[in-house]
Design a binder for this molecule. Structure first.
Ligand code: ZN
Length: 206
């Protein structure tokens, strides 16, 4: 039976550098593969681009109000052996449930690539549902490093170079010139992002 698989990391974990050759290898082995991106992710337009310069055109955009089980999407999915989703943290929980159903009822392998947590240190909606439903959870082997040299688990947001815990969850890297993201370890995230904005009372609420 096909599996629902989730590969996750902090930002700069080399997701695209693994996703693109994986899609290539599947297709080379005659596995018809649908490469999907959530509609919110406009970075790279209709291509997934890795830092090494490799590219893969996507086959389907999925908006957050759209269903994988719509007639139009299902007619394409029926033809497939595998589905790969980039930036899968941006999927809704209902969409991840649909993918789980597709893997189990249609016997189509579904592989999501995404971030674990948002800039506030909380699971994205899509990531949470993958963690709950996936047959396999894999942390990507390329571990992004914090500036202190430790393994980075958090994606801190900066506005004009200053860390912030405020704002919308989904602001795509590169879509606003004033906003950047930085992978941080737990210690640096707590010290430099969480505590500067809150007093120690906040610790009691974590
Ligand atoms: Zn650190």
């Amino acid at each position: 039976m096909a599996k629902l698989i989730y590969f996750y990391s902090a930002m700069k974990g080399g997701k695209s550098g693994i996703l693109i050759p994986m899609a290539y290898n599947l297709e080379e082995n005659n596995q018809r593969t649908l490469v999907v991106k959530p509609g919110i992710d406009t970075k790279g337009d209709d291509h997934i681009v890795s830092r090494s310069g490799a590219q893969r055109k996507i086959d389907l955009w999925i908006d957050k109000n759209e269903s994988f089980l719509s007639d139009a999407n299902l007619s394409r999915i029926f033809e497939m052996d595998a589905i790969i989703i980039d930036e899968a943290q941006f999927l809704t929980k209902e969409q991840v449930e649909e993918l789980w159903t597709i893997s189990k009822r249609l016997d189509i392998q579904v592989i999501g690539f995404g971030l674990r947590a948002n800039f506030k240190g909380r699971l994205f909606e899509g990531s949470r549902r993958f963690f709950e439903l996936a047959d396999e959870l894999n942390e990507l082997p390329i571990i992004p490093l914090c500036k202190c040299g430790e393994k980075a688990l958090f994606n801190a947001r900066k506005i004009n170079g200053a860390y912030t815990m405020s704002g919308e969850e989904c602001i795509i890297d590169g879509s606003d010139a004033n906003i950047t993201y930085e992978p941080l370890c737990g210690n640096c995230f707590l010290k430099e992002v969480v505590l500067p904005e809150k007093n120690m009372q906040y610790l009691k609420k974590i």
